[in-house]
Design a protein around this ligand. Structure first.
Ligand SMILES: [Zn+2]
Length: 263
């Protein structure tokens, strides 16, 4: 018999919460660690669709990348989306755990997986956590085996993430060798990528003005969309947890979709 608490302990090893950003809200956010866990679902975000799937499938624990709830909750009524989802999940005794920025930065977390997906060598944190015993930190930076054109690296990103479209900033023929990666919405890493001599910064999404600034700095950007930059890692995390807890049924949400439709 596995408890929710034992799964939380394992998640703490995979994505130590000390790696989370100060503003973040990580760990067990809803639920009871002593409850037995039989079914575990990972997802990128708790939404009406993923909550409905969890309730339908009698899930005991949702591991959601994005914290839920994220902001302080003073009222839990069905009048708001957050209140309604919390109320319904709690009524069905579904616990919620979020690793968020701890998972972004973890040794086997999203950014490490992205760096490996780009086939980078000499991978290091883009923004090292000061004094971290494992020398981890936010984002990753590394070098391609040789110089490629931006367009070639775009193709590599699409293949790895299994998507048909990305956005990019830069000259399609410009050479790219040193690459920074930061999942989600990480345009704020542009100055850090510039300081690390990156030719390219990959992230999920950013603002128009960050795109202009990247162009002015001569740093290429590849934007995959927030969903594609992170969701793949929740499928990988489900596979890891399924291996760790053979008595649990573990899967990545089947009903979760990118709310943005790419045409
Ligand atoms: Zn995100």
């Amino acid at each position: 018999m596995t408890t929710i608490g034992q799964v939380c302990e394992r998640l703490e090893t995979i994505a130590p919460t000390r790696l989370a950003e100060e503003w973040d809200n990580v760990g067990l956010l809803v639920g009871n660690p002593e409850q037995t866990a039989r079914k575990l679902m990972t997802c990128l975000t708790v939404t009406p669709a993923t909550a409905e799937e969890a309730i339908r499938e009698s899930v005991d624990l949702i591991v959601t990348h994005h914290p839920f709830p994220f902001h302080a909750v003073k009222r839990m009524t069905v009048e708001t989306t957050v209140g309604r989802l919390l109320w319904n999940l709690a009524r069905h005794q579904i616990s919620i755990y979020s690793p968020h920025t701890a998972w972004d930065s973890a040794a086997t977390g999203i950014n490490q997986q992205l760096a490996t997906g780009f086939e980078l060598d000499e991978i290091e944190p883009l923004l090292p956590s000061e004094g971290d015993p494992d020398q981890l930190g936010a984002g990753r930076v590394g070098n391609l085996a040789q110089s490629y054109t931006l367009l070639e690296v775009v193709e590599r990103a699409k293949n790895f993430l299994k998507i048909d479209r990305v956005q990019y900033v830069g000259d399609p023929q410009q050479p790219v060798k040193r690459v920074g990666v930061a999942c989600g919405s990480a345009g704020s890493f542009l100055p850090t990528a510039a300081a690390a001599n990156c030719d390219l910064l990959f992230t999920g999404e950013t603002t128009f003005h960050t795109c202009l600034e990247a162009e002015a700095l001569g740093i290429a950007l590849i934007l995959s969309g927030h969903y594609a930059s992170e969701r793949f890692s929740l499928e990988q995390l489900a596979a890891v947890l399924a291996g760790d807890f053979p008595d649990l049924k573990v899967w990545a949400s089947a009903d979760e979709e990118d709310p943005l439709v790419w045409v």
